[in-house]
Design a protein around this ligand. Structure first.
Ligand code: PLP
Length: 454
């Protein structure tokens, strides 16, 4: 493809005039101008000025296989020529959806043997929300309507998924949350653990689930939804005591556990799925992003035998036009084939993750860095003015994170900030030499941030 395009300033002006950006302050964007990405390969982005940027976020946590895999483009083109579109409504099906559903059932742990396709992570969680409520209605318990989620969790930005998420900034716009969604506190020891040990804090936060179930009445609770490791909330890795206690509680009250693996799926945590890393047994698993490595949109709800048997007993009045799109399914199949056959997930977990972990955790020797957390290839560092007391910076929260992100970007490193936490989630194909560059650029950016806030 040609590199010819309009000059950057012209593209930026057009962008500001006509293009509304998600999760972006449009006024600020218009002042600064967007950085325009024109191509990518491996872990490297190229912008319209020809600068090469190390993408330590794999786009939006999704390009697990790395950029530039021609095999995926070729499969997409072949599928477009053969069957560019058909749906799976009203008693029809197609080969890519069938083969991908079979493959996902094989890959997924436990008895997640059934797949309901969607178009994205958000609408997958909307599917899950309707499915669990409908399941209980079909079981003769329609009062099981409440769903419990967590503050600072992220499950998407539609009405349903945005309500399930616990982002107050999202709830503040557009009348969310919808009825029947309840939130408990997150297991973020660094910010909220006070004087407690991480272990005691993890247990306490898990037990909030039991309290909430008892407060609502166990007979009214349909499901609990959570990410194995919160991603958009700042890569919050829960204390080891957290998940076993959550599992005990959902089992005790027969609450359906939905594990949102939109980020953690497809190798991100060092195993194929985050619930394997964290030891969780879900009834439904949400997938998107890494399922196609972001090359094309696709979401999927992986559903256990128990739920599918009931839902499949009559018509579930739900579905999206582009769900299980044949081109997306074909790309997903090829993506999974490459991740498997090239041993990408295995190598990321066994070779790259420990290498990255050692270097990432060593960042705590920097004066700005409090804790450093990492699981597989998703990590975070907490920036703080005082490590001993785990103090936050003075308000407004996130202002130091913004400076650090801007320094990273200026140093040609994409590292995102969540408040005053910096997060990474690079392609699983990153090499050790690229990990070294990532850390070197992160250190330079931290030094520059430190200088600026002195
Ligand atoms: N769930 C989680 C855990 C996510 O991180 C995201 C997106 O970042 C979503 C759901 C929403 O997915 P999408 O943006 O594809 O709608």
């Amino acid at each position: 493809m040609s590199d010819n395009h309009l000059p950057t300033a012209e593209l930026q002006a057009l962008d500001a005039a006509h293009h509304m950006h998600p999760f972006t302050d449009g006024y600020e964007l218009a002042q600064k101008g967007a950085r325009i990405i024109t191509k990518a390969n491996g872990v490297w982005l190229t912008d319209s000025e020809g600068e090469e940027i190390l993408d330590a976020m794999a786009g939006l946590w999704c390009v697990n296989i790395g950029y530039g895999r021609e095999e995926l483009a070729e499969v997409a083109a072949r599928q477009m020529k053969q069957l560019p579109y058909y749906n799976t409504f009203f008693q029809t099906s197609h080969v890519p959806a069938i083969m991908l559903a079979k493959k996902l059932a094989e890959l997924a742990p436990g008895d997640l043997n059934h797949v309901f396709f969607n178009g994205s992570g958000s609408d997958s969680n909307d599917t899950n929300l309707r499915m669990v409520r409908h399941y209980w209605a079909l079981k003769g318990q329609p009062e099981r309507f409440n769903v419990i989620a967590r503050w600072n969790g992220y499950h998407g930005s539609t009405m349903g998924s945005g309500s399930l998420g616990g982002m107050r900034g999202i709830h503040a716009q557009g009348g969310l949350p919808i009825p029947g969604i309840h939130h408990i506190d997150q297991p973020d020891w660094w910010s909220e653990g006070g004087e407690m040990s991480p272990e005691d804090f993890g247990l306490q936060r898990a037990q909030e689930l039991e309290k909430k179930i008892l407060e609502l009445g166990p007979e009214t609770v349909a499901a609990f939804i959570a990410e194995p490791v919160q991603g958009a909330g700042g890569v919050i890795v829960p204390p080891e005591t957290y998940w076993p206690e959550i599992q005990r509680i959902v089992d005790k009250y027969d609450i359906l556990m939905i594990v949102d693996e939109v980020i953690t799926g497809f190798g991100r945590t060092g195993n194929w799925f985050g619930c394997e890393t964290m030891g969780i047994t879900p009834y439904i698993m949400t997938c998107a992003k890494g399922i196609t490595s972001g090359y094309i949109p696709l979401g999927a709800s992986l559903v256990s035998d128990r739920i599918a048997e009931v839902i499949n007993g009559s018509e579930f009045a739900h579905g999206y036009t582009y769900a299980g799109h044949p081109v997306a399914c074909a790309v997903a199949l090829e993506n999974i084939r490459l991740l498997e056959e090239e041993g990408i997930v295995e190598r990321a977990g066994k070779e790259i993750a420990p290498y990255l972990k050692a270097k990432w955790e060593a960042l705590t020797d920097h004066p700005l860095v409090g804790e450093a957390k990492i699981v597989g290839l998703m990590g975070s560092i907490a920036l703080t003015p005082d490590k001993a007391s785990r103090a936050p910076f003075k308000a407004p929260a996130g202002s130091v994170g913004v400076i650090c992100r801007e320094r990273c970007f200026a140093n040609n490193l994409v590292m995102r900030h969540v408040g005053d936490r910096m997060v990474i989630s690079p392609p699983l194909t990153i090499t050790k030499a690229e990990v070294d560059m990532l850390i070197e650029r992160a250190r330079t950016s931290l030094d520059e941030t430190f200088e600026r806030i002195k």
